[in-house]
Unconditional design. Structure first.
Length: 200
Protein backbone atom coordinates (compact mmCIF):
# COMPACT_ATOMS: atom_id res chain seq x y z
CA UNK A 1 0.00 0.00 0.00
CA UNK A 2 1.94 3.05 -1.19
CA UNK A 3 1.62 6.49 0.31
CA UNK A 4 1.96 5.76 4.02
CA UNK A 5 4.46 8.07 5.69
CA UNK A 6 5.24 5.33 8.20
CA UNK A 7 5.60 2.87 5.34
CA UNK A 8 8.07 5.10 3.52
CA UNK A 9 10.18 5.32 6.67
CA UNK A 10 10.04 1.55 7.05
CA UNK A 11 11.05 1.13 3.40
CA UNK A 12 14.34 2.85 4.13
CA UNK A 13 14.91 0.42 6.98
CA UNK A 14 14.43 -2.55 4.65
CA UNK A 15 12.62 -5.80 5.35
CA UNK A 16 10.19 -7.35 2.86
CA UNK A 17 9.15 -10.47 4.79
CA UNK A 18 5.43 -10.82 5.46
CA UNK A 19 5.65 -10.01 9.21
CA UNK A 20 7.62 -6.84 8.44
CA UNK A 21 5.11 -5.78 5.78
CA UNK A 22 2.15 -6.43 8.08
CA UNK A 23 3.83 -4.50 10.88
CA UNK A 24 4.07 -1.49 8.56
CA UNK A 25 0.35 -1.66 7.88
CA UNK A 26 -0.38 -1.93 11.61
CA UNK A 27 1.91 1.01 12.36
CA UNK A 28 0.31 3.15 9.65
CA UNK A 29 -3.14 2.37 11.03
CA UNK A 30 -2.02 3.28 14.56
CA UNK A 31 -0.53 6.56 13.33
CA UNK A 32 -3.83 7.47 11.67
CA UNK A 33 -5.78 6.70 14.87
CA UNK A 34 -3.34 8.42 17.21
CA UNK A 35 -3.39 11.63 15.18
CA UNK A 36 -6.94 12.15 16.46
CA UNK A 37 -6.93 10.35 19.79
CA UNK A 38 -5.60 11.34 23.22
CA UNK A 39 -4.99 7.63 23.75
CA UNK A 40 -2.28 5.46 22.28
CA UNK A 41 -3.33 2.29 20.50
CA UNK A 42 -1.62 0.27 23.25
CA UNK A 43 -3.86 1.81 25.91
CA UNK A 44 -7.00 1.91 23.77
CA UNK A 45 -6.64 -1.67 22.52
CA UNK A 46 -5.34 -2.93 25.86
CA UNK A 47 -6.66 -2.06 29.33
CA UNK A 48 -9.24 0.46 28.13
CA UNK A 49 -10.77 -2.21 25.87
CA UNK A 50 -11.20 -4.80 28.62
CA UNK A 51 -12.16 -2.56 31.53
CA UNK A 52 -15.77 -1.64 32.24
CA UNK A 53 -17.74 0.35 34.77
CA UNK A 54 -17.98 -2.72 37.01
CA UNK A 55 -14.82 -3.47 39.03
CA UNK A 56 -12.51 -6.24 37.86
CA UNK A 57 -9.43 -7.74 39.49
CA UNK A 58 -6.25 -6.00 38.42
CA UNK A 59 -4.40 -9.32 38.61
CA UNK A 60 -6.50 -10.59 35.70
CA UNK A 61 -5.94 -7.58 33.44
CA UNK A 62 -2.65 -8.68 31.82
CA UNK A 63 -4.21 -11.88 30.48
CA UNK A 64 -7.37 -10.15 29.28
CA UNK A 65 -5.51 -7.25 27.65
CA UNK A 66 -2.76 -9.40 26.14
CA UNK A 67 -0.02 -7.41 27.86
CA UNK A 68 2.73 -8.28 30.28
CA UNK A 69 2.09 -7.59 33.95
CA UNK A 70 4.50 -4.65 33.85
CA UNK A 71 2.99 -3.14 30.69
CA UNK A 72 -0.52 -3.55 32.04
CA UNK A 73 0.49 -1.77 35.24
CA UNK A 74 2.00 1.14 33.32
CA UNK A 75 -1.06 1.50 31.08
CA UNK A 76 -3.50 1.26 34.00
CA UNK A 77 -1.48 3.86 35.91
CA UNK A 78 -1.69 6.17 32.89
CA UNK A 79 -5.48 5.75 32.75
CA UNK A 80 -5.81 6.36 36.47
CA UNK A 81 -3.67 9.53 36.50
CA UNK A 82 -5.82 11.04 33.76
CA UNK A 83 -9.13 10.21 35.37
CA UNK A 84 -10.15 7.42 33.00
CA UNK A 85 -10.00 4.67 35.64
CA UNK A 86 -9.97 4.21 39.39
CA UNK A 87 -8.46 1.47 41.50
CA UNK A 88 -9.40 0.36 44.99
CA UNK A 89 -8.81 -2.56 47.36
CA UNK A 90 -11.14 -5.50 46.89
CA UNK A 91 -13.75 -6.48 49.48
CA UNK A 92 -12.39 -7.68 52.80
CA UNK A 93 -13.15 -11.30 51.91
CA UNK A 94 -11.12 -11.14 48.69
CA UNK A 95 -7.53 -10.35 47.91
CA UNK A 96 -6.02 -7.88 45.50
CA UNK A 97 -6.90 -4.58 43.92
CA UNK A 98 -9.85 -3.80 41.66
CA UNK A 99 -10.10 -1.39 38.74
CA UNK A 100 -12.99 0.11 36.82
CA UNK A 101 -13.59 2.84 34.30
CA UNK A 102 -14.88 6.22 35.39
CA UNK A 103 -17.62 7.96 33.41
CA UNK A 104 -14.85 9.78 31.55
CA UNK A 105 -13.11 6.46 30.88
CA UNK A 106 -16.29 4.86 29.58
CA UNK A 107 -16.77 7.78 27.19
CA UNK A 108 -13.14 7.49 26.07
CA UNK A 109 -13.66 3.78 25.43
CA UNK A 110 -16.66 4.49 23.21
CA UNK A 111 -14.86 7.35 21.44
CA UNK A 112 -11.82 5.15 20.77
CA UNK A 113 -13.96 2.38 19.28
CA UNK A 114 -15.75 4.87 17.03
CA UNK A 115 -12.46 6.40 15.90
CA UNK A 116 -10.96 3.00 15.04
CA UNK A 117 -14.08 2.23 13.00
CA UNK A 118 -13.91 5.63 11.27
CA UNK A 119 -10.24 5.15 10.34
CA UNK A 120 -11.03 1.70 8.95
CA UNK A 121 -13.78 3.23 6.81
CA UNK A 122 -11.39 5.90 5.54
CA UNK A 123 -8.96 3.16 4.58
CA UNK A 124 -11.74 1.41 2.70
CA UNK A 125 -12.45 4.63 0.83
CA UNK A 126 -8.76 5.33 0.23
CA UNK A 127 -7.44 1.90 -0.71
CA UNK A 128 -10.60 0.11 -1.80
CA UNK A 129 -13.15 -1.77 0.25
CA UNK A 130 -12.33 -5.08 -1.43
CA UNK A 131 -8.63 -4.83 -0.57
CA UNK A 132 -9.26 -4.01 3.09
CA UNK A 133 -11.92 -6.72 3.37
CA UNK A 134 -9.56 -9.27 1.85
CA UNK A 135 -6.77 -8.30 4.25
CA UNK A 136 -9.13 -8.51 7.23
CA UNK A 137 -10.58 -11.88 6.22
CA UNK A 138 -7.11 -13.31 5.59
CA UNK A 139 -5.97 -12.26 9.05
CA UNK A 140 -9.16 -13.55 10.67
CA UNK A 141 -8.55 -16.90 9.00
CA UNK A 142 -5.50 -17.31 11.24
CA UNK A 143 -7.94 -17.69 14.12
CA UNK A 144 -10.15 -20.33 12.50
CA UNK A 145 -9.87 -23.85 13.85
CA UNK A 146 -7.92 -26.66 12.25
CA UNK A 147 -7.27 -29.97 13.98
CA UNK A 148 -8.85 -28.64 17.17
CA UNK A 149 -6.63 -25.55 17.34
CA UNK A 150 -6.73 -22.05 15.96
CA UNK A 151 -4.35 -21.96 12.99
CA UNK A 152 -2.10 -19.31 14.53
CA UNK A 153 -1.50 -21.50 17.58
CA UNK A 154 1.10 -23.59 15.74
CA UNK A 155 3.37 -20.56 15.53
CA UNK A 156 3.03 -19.89 19.26
CA UNK A 157 4.33 -23.25 20.49
CA UNK A 158 7.73 -22.44 21.99
CA UNK A 159 10.98 -24.29 21.46
CA UNK A 160 11.36 -26.70 24.42
CA UNK A 161 14.64 -25.01 25.44
CA UNK A 162 13.28 -21.47 25.09
CA UNK A 163 12.37 -19.24 28.01
CA UNK A 164 8.67 -19.26 27.08
CA UNK A 165 8.54 -23.03 27.65
CA UNK A 166 9.52 -22.75 31.33
CA UNK A 167 8.18 -21.27 34.53
CA UNK A 168 7.17 -18.60 35.30
CA UNK A 169 6.17 -18.01 31.65
CA UNK A 170 4.85 -21.46 30.80
CA UNK A 171 1.28 -20.94 32.02
CA UNK A 172 0.93 -17.73 30.01
CA UNK A 173 2.47 -19.38 26.95
CA UNK A 174 0.04 -22.30 27.23
CA UNK A 175 -2.89 -19.91 27.53
CA UNK A 176 -1.82 -18.23 24.27
CA UNK A 177 -1.49 -21.57 22.49
CA UNK A 178 -4.88 -22.74 23.80
CA UNK A 179 -6.76 -19.52 22.98
CA UNK A 180 -4.80 -17.06 20.83
CA UNK A 181 -7.84 -14.93 20.03
CA UNK A 182 -8.60 -14.44 23.71
CA UNK A 183 -5.07 -13.87 24.99
CA UNK A 184 -2.96 -12.17 22.31
CA UNK A 185 -2.77 -8.37 22.40
CA UNK A 186 -4.99 -6.41 20.03
CA UNK A 187 -2.02 -4.05 19.62
CA UNK A 188 1.52 -4.97 20.72
CA UNK A 189 3.40 -3.03 23.37
CA UNK A 190 7.15 -2.70 23.02
CA UNK A 191 9.08 -1.69 26.11
CA UNK A 192 12.76 -1.34 26.96
CA UNK A 193 12.75 -5.13 27.37
CA UNK A 194 11.37 -5.73 23.89
CA UNK A 195 7.99 -6.75 22.56
CA UNK A 196 5.48 -8.77 24.53
CA UNK A 197 4.72 -11.65 24.33
CA UNK A 198 7.98 -12.54 22.58
CA UNK A 199 10.20 -10.31 24.68
CA UNK A 200 12.69 -9.81 21.88
Amino acid sequence: MPGFAAGRQADRAGGTELPALLSRVLLAFAVDVERESPLSMVVGAGPLRVLGTDPVRIAGLPGRAGLSKEASSVALGWLERRGYAVTAPGPAASRGQLARLTRRGHQAQQDHRRLVGAVEQRWRDRFGADLISELASTLRALFTHQDGQQRIAAGLVPHPDGWRAHRPYLSRTQAMVDDPAGTLPHYPMVSHRGGFPDGS
